[in-house]
Design a protein around this ligand. Structure first.
Ligand code: 4FV
Length: 246
């Protein structure tokens, strides 16, 4: 996958490219990451990339030309058609299915805004606008890194085991079940015995019961509109009967 990013703070991406899954994807050649700084595409001696908003109001807005030129420079280098994505609180809320869709693309260009945002005449040309959540950040760089990290999990050879439990949970639309590892007893707390017995059917039911219960308690919105199977209904009822369930 080829990924281009427009950002006036390219060094921020060192965090992403120096450690972990994304760094491994770059090292293995599964991911090609290029950062383009709009400041390199200015003509004035102050490398101005922002200006005051028409109509007045607080803050500054990123100018069209440096952004446009940076985007075009990335498209030149992409070596084929690209999908451009602007990260903004006004975008579609990011969910796993959006990540899966982006992971199917060959070439992506992400635009990270700063200040109050970017001139609308740049946004008119982007293919997609994505929000990582209903809160306001100081810049689009972290949202871009969030999306790149989420997409990188789908790149060949990145995740140790192709089928990650977390994937499984979002694929099923439920929250994840509780995870345990050695030691069996710690802080006076023990691992649920069913997980020690090797009875995979019992373990599957236990985990499904846990995922259903936790989803019911923490994200009932994920259950609305979802038809539960007989087994799932019984497991959820059983979960909710246990002491301490909500
Ligand atoms: C954001 C979000 C976000 C808005 C103004 C950057 C900031 C500043 N992007 N999901 N939430 N962006 O807060 O994507 O320029």
């Amino acid at each position: 996958m080829w990924v281009g990013v427009v950002s006036i703070f390219p060094d921020m991406f060192r965090m992403l490219t120096s450690e972990g899954v994304v760094a491994r994807a770059i090292a293995s050649g599964a991911l090609d990451l290029v950062i383009e700084n709009p400041r390199e595409h200015t003509e004035d001696r102050h490398s101005t990339v922002d200006d005051r908003p028409y109509g007045g109001g607080p803050g500054m807005v990123m100018k069209v030309e440096p952004l446009r030129r940076a985007i075009d420079a990335l498209k030149q280098r992409a070596g084929g058609p690209t999908r451009t994505v602007y990260l903004t609180p006004q975008g579609t809320r990011l969910e796993q299915r959006n990540v899966e869709a982006l992971a199917r693309e060959e070439r992506l260009v992400f635009i990270a805004g700063r200040y109050e945002g970017i001139d609308e005449r740049v946004i008119e040309d982007v293919d997609e606008q994505i929000s990582i959540g209903d809160f306001v950040l100081t810049g689009g760089e972290l949202p871009v890194m969030v999306v790149i990290d989420a997409v990188a999990r789908y790149l060949p050879g990145t995740l140790g085991n192709a089928q990650s439990a977390q994937d499984e949970s979002y694929r099923t639309g439920l929250l994840d079940w509780a995870h345990y590892t050695r030691p069996e007893h710690v802080m006076g707390r023990s691992v649920p015995t069913v997980l020690l017995g090797g009875d995979h059917e019992a373990i599957r039911r236990y985990r499904l019961r846990d995922a259903l219960g936790r989803t019911y308690e923490r994200r009932p919105d994920l259950l609305s509109g979802r038809v539960l199977s007989n087994e799932e209904r019984k497991l959820l009822a059983d979960y909710l009967e246990q002491p301490g369930a909500c």
